[in-house]
Ligand binder design. Sequence first.
Ligand code: TEU
Ligand code: CA
Length: 556
Amino acid sequence: MERTRWYKDAVMYQIYPRSFCDSNGDGIGDIRGIISKLDYLQDLGITCVWLSPCYKSPNDDNGYDISNYRDIMDEFGTLDDWQEMIDGMHKRGIKLVMDLVVNHTSDEHAWFKQSRSSKDNPYRDYYVWRKGRGKDGKKPPNNWSSRFSGSAWEYDETTGEFYLHLFSKKQPDLNWDNPKVRQEVADICNYWFEKGVDGFRCDVIIYISKKEGLPDGKFNPILCGDEHFVIGPHYHEYIHELYEKSWSHYDCMTVGEGQGIKRKDAESMVDESREELDAIFTFEHQESDAFLTVVPRPFKLSRLKKILNNWQQLPDTCWNSLFLENHDYSRSIPRFGKPEYRKQVAKMLAVVMQCQKGTPYVYQGQEIGMSNIEGLDRSQYKDIVSINVYDLAKKIFPPLIPVVKWALRKRARDNARTPMQWSAEPNAGFTSGEPWMMVNPNYTAVNVAEQQADPDSILNFYKKMIAFRKGNEIIRYGTFVEYFPKSNKIFCYERNYNGKRIFVVGSFSDKPVAFRLPEGYTFFSATLALANYPDTPATLSARTLRPYEAFIYEVE
Ligand code: TEU
Ligand code: CA
């Protein structure tokens, strides 16, 4: 099957189904809700949806704990609904990428129920079981930590052994060293390809291969053990096998999630000659305002630009993913700008991200500038990570609670998971019932309906940005040249291809900033293509930038 690599021209839109649109008033977003918004997505101009998991799941981690890979979660609807949804997407020229969560399953998956039942069960080897340490064998087999806090091992009474879970204890890790497991994964992919999906976003795929002997990790308060399973010893072999058995038979795209992946790793993971993944998400740039991607620290633009620029220099045979938001991060406006300038910040971020090389991702609500939710209390947090961290602080050292609250307010994943704000109607038009999670009270001011009616809205700007990008050869192929890399106020770069250029500027300051053209910068003509202030000069020259001002000129 020829790979057309359609993803190089795609604009992706991520749907977190639980929070997108509720069709039946039970307070939970669902597939019929998505169907009702397909015209909205088409109008926005996006060309592919990444749908977070919609499979059967007990929802310990909102669907990232799958109990049946071949069926739809009851709360979301049925396989028939799903078929109607994908047909509706395809009819509108929108592709569908599904979430593939196969580093682990739910502990309620039939395989795990079998696996835990006895040591000689045929499914025992589908998961990672080990004897405990210590005299009574009740100490975990090694010191690896769960990314969701605590040990990565859970003792299981039935057989007196521990199983590995790099995430919650209801998410046991699959044993990829078992060829049967790898065959199951290929079969799952093929099952969905046959139903028409166009690709997969591969959840924590970089963790699938663990170092033999599972040795102790170097001390790390949050990510202990990483060096033994991030792109582990058989990673490339297993991914290539999956490519051979499944992905290569379809004109699809695969994008892997890569916490801990650095630019130097990327080439070996996504170079076209490898026949592995087509692209990955790095989290490196998410550290520009956080340690270990989660502990808040002040944002520094030069840090962000250095990382992005480095990724832009990937060889032409590799491909980038461009994103600031997803369901695991707080919203971008409060991270990178001042809330008084919501509109300018949102538009400026769209400009500086979407003009880079790679496939851009818009996370639901980002296109209307949704922001974080303030002042949740313990009972209003729904994410297992927030709850774990909060309860851990309470247990080991209660004076830490105010710090935890501060960190959660800034970084909790819940921030991105509040219901989509469709209108100023009760519950933001998301549901006619009681929403599963609190709606951000700012919905009366920030919502789709209002922005559809306002030509100057963030939503209408996104439409223009996406339209500008689509089919634009400079954006698809052009080289990336950065200017003023040390500046902590201005993000400035040029893309050029076949003698044509675009010149992109975004201010990250809430104060006026003096801007001059880069030293020796010459051009014949410059035409304004897009800007976030209405009265932007038609010509490109030195000037004072207004707060969060951004513009694109086409230069010859
Ligand atoms: O995320 C993997 C991951 O590394 C993050 O969960 C990260 O550790 C976390 O956000 C810390 O705050 C993927 C999914 O995107 C996430 O939603 C799932 O919870 C996780 O895998 C487990 O499947
Ligand atoms: Ca519903």
